[in-house]
Design a protein around this ligand. Structure first.
Ligand code: GLN
Length: 275
């Protein structure tokens, strides 16, 4: 099978199973099997796949059709122009979460050596992106679950100004030894427990612990609100669900909401008037 034939086969198989982004997904899976760039694959005419590559590719297409998210099949995904390891134990980095990074860069502009905390860090995409983009910063990332922590540790390798800490923010935060920060960030679980069963097949393959925000979806915001006075000398910014703006504005008086790349309410910013 040539690379061009493989791409076409993948595209047709994915499309006929109702996957909307079939041409791109087929190409991304072929990239991950061959290790070649998309542009090289698109230009290749008669290049043959090895027998092993063809088998891998067919297996990956079948996995995708079974509902496994492409970001777990490739094992890597891009966030804010950087690649992060992904696996079933951690939430997949999403484009709308880039808004938290945009806000952080804007807010921290001109501050020397800012201290940043990222709670419920998962893959670490938020905090590690900031650690790389602000070399003078020190970034503390907290994650509770073993599997997610392993992925976080892999992503944090070589990022010298990042410190990863295993811990539960709903338990005793003081025991984690975090310093005061200039910016507290979090993309906590925020979906109502009752809404979890109705999520998209792909989302249901993500860890429920990264999605389930309790009965009203607000459990983690209540914990974050309690944490702010002891840890935060600057602002706090949290990702939230598009329908949670009202509840959160009530919970955090004087805060404001930001909209994501899709035009939905996605981030709550609190405490911008603190130093
Ligand atoms: N944005 C995710 C979703 O809609 C939820 C992420 C989260 O709970 N932090 O599936």
């Amino acid at each position: 099978m040539t690379k061009a034939q493989a791409r076409k086969y993948g595209q047709e198989a994915l499309a006929s199973s109702g996957i909307s982004n079939a041409p791109s997904e087929s190409l991304w899976l072929l990239e991950s099997v061959t290790g070649e760039t998309a542009s090289k694959l698109l230009a290749s005419q008669g290049d043959e796949l090895t027998a092993e590559q063809e088998k891998n590719f067919r297996d990956k297409i079948a996995e995708r059709i079974s509902g496994r998210p492409i970001q777990y099949i490739t094992g890597k995904w891009e966030f804010y122009g950087r690649e992060f390891y992904t696996a079933e134990g951690a939430l997949i980095p999403r484009p709308e979460t880039e808004l938290l990074v945009d806000f952080a860069l804007e807010y921290l502009k001109g501050r020397e050596n800012p201290v940043i905390i990222d709670l419920c860090a998962g893959t670490g995409c938020i905090g590690l992106t900031l650690a790389s983009l602000i070399p003078g910063s020190k970034v503390y990332l907290v994650e509770k679950y073993d599997e997610a922590f392993e992925i976080l540790a892999k992503n944090a390798r070589g990022v010298k100004n990042a410190v990863i800490i295993k811990g539960d923010i709903l338990e005793d935060i003081a025991s984690l030894g975090l310093p005061e920060c200039d910016l507290l960030l979090s993309n906590p679980p925020y979906i109502k427990s009752s809404e979890i069963p109705a999520l998209q097949t792909e989302v249901l393959r993500e860890p429920v612990t990264a999605l389930d925000g309790g009965e009203d979806g607000l459990t983690f915001y209540r914990a974050l609100k309690k944490i702010i006075p002891s840890l935060c000398r600057g602002a706090a910014a949290f990702e939230c669900g598009e329908d949670q703006g009202g509840d959160l504005m009530n919970m955090f008086p004087g805060s404001r909401l930001l909209r994501d790349c899709y035009g939905n309410v996605r981030v709550l910013v609190e405490g911008e008037d603190r130093c």
